[in-house]
Write a protein that binds this ligand. Sequence first.
Ligand SMILES: C[S@@+](CC[C@H](N)C(=O)[O-])C[C@H]1O[C@@H](n2cnc3c(N)ncnc32)[C@H](O)[C@@H]1O
Length: 310
Amino acid sequence: MGNCSSAKLLARGIETIRISRRFASDNDVTLFPGDAQTLLDAMPERSVQLVVTSPPYNIGKAYERKKKTSVDEYVTQQRATIMRCAALLKPGGSICWQIGNHVSDNEVYPIDIMLYPVFRELGLVLRNRIVWHFEHGLHCARRFSGRYETILWFTWPGRAYAFDVDPIRVAQKYPGKKYFKGPKAGQYSANPLGKNPGDVWIIPNVKHNHVEKTAHPCQFPVELIERLILALTKKNDLVLDPFAGAGTAAVAAVLHGRRAAGAEVVPEYVRIARRRLIAAANGTLRTRPRERPVYAPSGSIAVPPWDTVR
Ligand SMILES: C[S@@+](CC[C@H](N)C(=O)[O-])C[C@H]1O[C@@H](n2cnc3c(N)ncnc32)[C@H](O)[C@@H]1O
């Protein structure tokens, strides 16, 4: 297979990107149509800057003994994938595991809490537990409707991990506010580039008539992954999503000049991901407009990096 099955694409009329099924370090995008573990085993250790994924929640029904076994089995399966992802991670790299609750018979299983010890056992350190809040979802009759999921962001210990908040700053509430007195009088009191977006991200989920909606039932919004890619990686870094679905992580990587690798077992989703990657590369992919640009008070050095990329 290799390059025989790859597609050469024109990205924004400047660069050529290549989508391959089989992993090679110099691929722009690897889209492996099969089991995640097979792709992960084919990749070299310490090669990935960012693992970002939303794993399947294939936990069985919550009945007595079976319930316990099934949850334990799930954690065991996930441990195997997480262990391999940790082995693939570069020293300054990040793992972002995006997870919601699994609900069975009206019992809520907090999957991030169940998986946190797995990351800790591997020596990874939690930097943020980001709450992703959205408005669309099932309306519950016997509990409060679920309106958030989380992203667990891990790195290796120490301070030498990549993190740059500047490309993802959001508008200040009072951008023109200045120091009234003291040595900084007259200077802006808030960072004119915008503020740190914090750890609660309000981004619509991809439902109904969302412009990014495909046939995949639970795809990431592009904006969610863009934030992570822009803050945690640099151009040409490798971004990995072992459970690629409709390929959103790879799409966000391509939009920002990063390399990507992903695996997906369902052929229809692989086709969707491929189509989206082609559209991302040639500039025709429709995405939801992002957070309004950072306000630039006159005389400030404000740069709206969020809006210059597209
Ligand atoms: C929660 S969805 C991910 C959606 C993705 N984040 C997106 O933006 O479209 C999980 C995906 O993992 C896929 N999957 C499940 N088991 C897998 C495996 N062992 N290897 C690869 N993909 C798998 C499912 O088919 C599903 O598309």
